[in-house]
Write a protein that binds this ligand. Structure first.
Ligand SMILES: O=C[C@H](O)[C@H](O)[C@H](O)COP(=O)(O)O
Length: 223
């Protein structure tokens, strides 16, 4: 199976997983990226069964709308029963690094408003310790150099993601060379730097369920 086949398989497993939640009033939280895109395409086959979706990026909103799925504003919805999204890395405690596609801030906001977070990932994303994937940090543009210097003090090598503007009009620094043995602590520390909007560690609010796709099929993990 290719990596793309695995992504499609976990997306299909997620649709099965949320079957009971697809009711006429339900608004589903939807993530961003290639794995989430498979989920969106499958969710479209059930669009008559639920009210709509909250999107974690402009790209996801466009894809949902292209399938005729209503996209609602999070402020009008309040909470969502479930949020489905991919990850760049996920550990055994279902803590993640996200933001490879620069959507981390809106993803973290929707995840915060979700009763259940289902992470869908192929086996290549499963790690012992987070940090092999460079950690995305979204920064206010004028704070870019300052935040980069503060990251260096934390032992992280920042690299400016040239040419990328987030949906919120901000910039991304990718943090290299650091494995996170205390992801919750580092998430808090990075959020405390002036000019940081969000960092891509999803440790204080990890996933509740992981659907991990490998050659022997999809395995379901819970916290
Ligand atoms: O900003 C992007 C998101 O955090 C994605 O969920 C993450 O990058 C995983 O994307 P993919 O499913 O394409 O590997």
């Amino acid at each position: 199976m290719t990596q793309d086949d695995l992504k499609r398989a976990v997306a299909a497993a997620a649709l099965d997983d949320i079957d009971a939640l697809l009711t006429p009033d339900a608004v589903i939280g939807v993530g961003t990226g290639s794995t989430a895109n498979h989920f969106i395409d499958l969710l479209a086959t059930r669009r008559q069964d639920f009210r709509g979706a909250v999107a974690s990026s402009e790209a996801t909103a466009e894809r949902l709308k292209s399938h005729g799925i209503d996209v609602l504003e999070l402020n009008h919805v309040g909470t969502v029963p479930v949020y489905i999204d991919g990850a760049d890395e996920i550990d055994r405690q279902l803590r993640m690094i996200k933001g490879g596609g620069a959507a981390l801030t809106r993803e973290k906001i929707v995840a915060a408003c979700a009763e259940r977070f289902i992470c869908i990932a192929d086996a290549s994303k499963s790690v012992e310790t987070l940090g092999g994937f460079p950690l995305p940090v979204e920064v206010i543009p004028m704070a870019r150099s300052y935040v980069a210097r503060e990251m260096v003090k934390l032992g992280i090598t920042p690299v400016y993601r040239d040419g990328v503007l987030t949906d919120n009009g901000n910039r991304i620094l990718d943090g290299y060379d650091k494995l996170f043995d205390d992801p919750e602590g580092m998430e808090t520390t990075l959020d405390g730097i002036v000019g940081v909007v969000t960092n891509g560690l999803f440790a204080r609010r990890p996933a509740d369920v992981l659907l991990l796709g490998g050659d022997s099929g999809v395995t379901r993990f819970t916290r």
